[in-house]
Design a protein around this ligand. Structure first.
Ligand code: ADP
Ligand code: ASP
Ligand code: MG
Length: 407
């Protein structure tokens, strides 16, 4: 007997038939003698709809009320799945985050889980009942509903698995595992049998939305055995996220991720003196705007510098406004904003010991005539910023260049 947390994403619970299908998958694990807790997302499209409602009423909405609205999608699916389970003779009960409770910090709309009370869950599971838990939500120190950021049900599931000391956390989704790149864009993408926590963390944070970044962080910290598998082909083996030493054959590059959530700002002719970067990024940091890639060029006359950097697309307008407001004191001549960019990243722990990974990337892009605007690297990744219209072309070219294409 094992204790398992099963998580089902939006598409997996996208309509009534699919919810019934999920109920069957859960029952199968229960019938096999396992103790099961289930975490579900909202039906696909629901959270987007709710977010849009908030935006229509108040573009810069109060995050507490946003959370009150967007958390409701999951309340519908826990109730429906509990009913579907009961209908097929499986003892089940639904749970909202606050009922457990799943305690989070107070960062509404992007809260972090601090603590989960497992007593009640363990008691019910021991009695043979399946808890059906709302993903994506918790309760903050102000006693109000919080949400964990988009895609947060993955994190709810992993946190639940860690707290319950589960043997496995299975993330059921609409693809049958983690691929070398998004299989919806590159048909030749290959499924990975295993991927290291580190590579999955890097891929997720660089845009591979198959798992929310924080869920991987948490799995790595608590050593949760995390598997990505398909709701629609449940017998197909998925991908295991695990330690590096569990992987025998390591590829140089394990994946290529992309993120369209990027925007580029260039400040033209900033005076080239000590302290200038600090004075520019200070107001952005104060405004809670994260700066990611940065490149600085000496301008033609050698007296000034052009500074280019990226921010999240959603922060672009606010960032531009903040900088323009401080134009005098920052002393730049022009500001150019560009939201038409994508960040493409090549990831692999093999890079630590092999040279030439970046060069392969630059050459493959050059061969397709794709201009690289900004570059950034770390120990296990190389990222470039390019024009958004080249996303698919670049992903496919890189996939081939690193020898990742499926036969
Ligand atoms: P869910 O609703 O189940 O949480 P998501 O839409 O959040 O599902 O995540 C699954 C999607 O992630 C897939 O449909 C796929 O398009 C996308 N994806 C992006 N990168 C990858 C990758 N490297 N491997 C697998 N899927 C990926
Ligand atoms: N329903 C939430 C979202 O769409 C959480 C999730 O699906 O993981 O972001
Ligand atoms: Mg998801």
């Amino acid at each position: 007997m094992a204790r398992i947390v099963m998580k089902f994403g939006g598409t997996s619970v996208g309509d009534i038939e699919r919810i019934k299908n999920v109920a069957q998958l859960v029952k199968k694990e229960v019938d096999a003698g396992n103790e099961v807790a289930v975490v579900v997302s909202a039906m696909s499209g629901e959270t987007n709809k709710l977010v849009d409602y908030c935006r229509q009423i108040a573009p810069l909405h109060d995050a507490r009320e946003y959370d009150a609205v967007v958390a409701t999608g999951e309340q519908v699916t826990i109730g429906l799945l509990a009913l579907a389970l009961q209908e097929i003779g499986c003892n089940a009960r639904s749970w909202c985050g606050w009922q457990i409770p799943i305690r989070t910090d107070g960062a509404h709309s992007k809260a972090r889980i601090m603590e989960i009370d497992t007593e009640l869950m363990l008691e019910r599971m021991a009695q043979g009942q399946v808890p059906v838990i709302a993903g994506f939500q918790g309760i903050g120190p102000d006693n109000r509903i919080t949400t964990l950021g988009r895609g947060g049900s993955d994190t709810s599931a992993v946190a639940m698995a860690a707290a319950l000391h589960a043997d496995r956390c299975d993330i059921y989704t609409d693809v049958d595992g983690v691929y070398t790149t998004d299989p919806r864009i590159v048909p030749k993408a290959k499924k990975l049998q295993k991927i290291t926590y580190e590579e999955m963390l890097e891929s997720a944070s660089l845009g591979a939305k198959v798992l929310q970044t924080r869920s991987v962080e948490m799995a790595m910290k608590h050593r949760v055995r995390l598997q990505v598998r398909s709701t629609f082909a449940p017998d197909t083996p998925g991908t295991l996220v695990c330690d590096e030493d569990e992987i025998v054959e390591k590829e140089l590059v394990s994946g290529i991720a992309y993120s369209r959530d990027e925007a580029k700002i260039t400040l033209v002719k900033v005076s080239d003196r000590p302290g200038v970067a600090a004075s520019i990024f200070g107001p952005l940091t104060d405004g809670n705007i994260n700066v990611d890639m940065i490149v600085q060029n000496v301008s033609d006359d050698g007296k000034a510098t052009d500074l280019t950097f990226t921010v999240a697309k959603g922060d672009l307008q606010r960032g531009v406004k903040l900088l323009e407001e401080n134009k005098e004191s920052l002393g730049f001549q022009d500001l150019i904003a560009d939201a038409n960019v994508v960040k493409i990243s090549v990831i692999g722990v093999g890079m630590r010991s092999h040279a030439g990974v970046a060069q392969t990337m630059f050459k493959a892009l050059a061969d397709k005539g794709i201009n690289i605007q900004v570059i950034s690297t770390s120990e296990i990744k190389v990222s470039v910023l390019i024009a958004e219209e080249y996303t698919e072309l670049a992903l496919r070219a890189l996939h081939t260049a690193y020898g990742l294409d499926a036969a």
